[in-house]
Design a protein around this ligand. Structure first.
Ligand SMILES: NC(=O)NC1=NC(=O)NC1=O
Length: 164
């Protein structure tokens, strides 16, 4: 839908349209409340600004709605559909890459205590695997910042898809 249509929606309708972007209720509510937007650009700038305060707790909230890289998101909600589309290249990757990714995901979860999050859209399975192995070497603070950057990219890409 375009930005005018989004502006016209009731608050509950607007929330249901964008809730699949990220499972953080505060961000959803703030974005809906910031309407009406003069343009798509203004909406995207506001959406980005509203991600700047995200920390560990928002990351944990959001990860409840992101399947592991290489695992299909079962379900029919919009974030399930978005995940499957974003991960399409990974899901059709060869078994060798998939085995390495499964092992990498497990090592990541043992090290950081949460799932590995990366903006998968536009990345080849090999690049995702390279990023996973690089990030395994990060310390906790650096890795939290990196995960939050990826969450922001995923969220804004999903919003752009909806509002284009
Ligand atoms: N664990 C993940 O990184 N999941 C995902 N990345 C995406 O871009 N979409 C996902 O579902």
């Amino acid at each position: 839908m375009n930005i005018e249509q989004f502006n016209q929606l009731s608050p509950s309708e607007a929330k249901s349209v964008i809730e699949g972007c990220v499972a953080i209720a505060g961000w959803q509510q703030q974005l809906v409340a910031a309407r009406p937007f003069l343009s798509l650009q203004q909406a995207m700038a506001t959406a980005r600004r509203l991600t700047e305060g995200w920390g560990e707790s928002e990351l944990c909230l959001a990860l409840s709605a992101h399947p592991r890289i290489g695992e299909t998101a079962a379900g029919s909600m919009s974030h399930h559909t978005a995940s499957r589309a974003e991960q399409s290249a990974v899901l059709s990757a060869g078994s060798q890459i998939k085995q390495l990714m499964t092992a990498g995901n497990r090592a990541y979860e043992q090290r950081f205590g949460r799932i590995f999050l990366i903006r998968a859209k536009g990345r080849s399975p090999q690049e995702i695997l390279t990023q996973l192995q690089r990030r395994l070497g990060n310390n906790e603070v650096a890795e939290r910042q990196e995960s939050l950057r990826q969450l922001r990219e995923i969220t804004l890409l999903r919003l752009q898809e909806i509002l284009l």
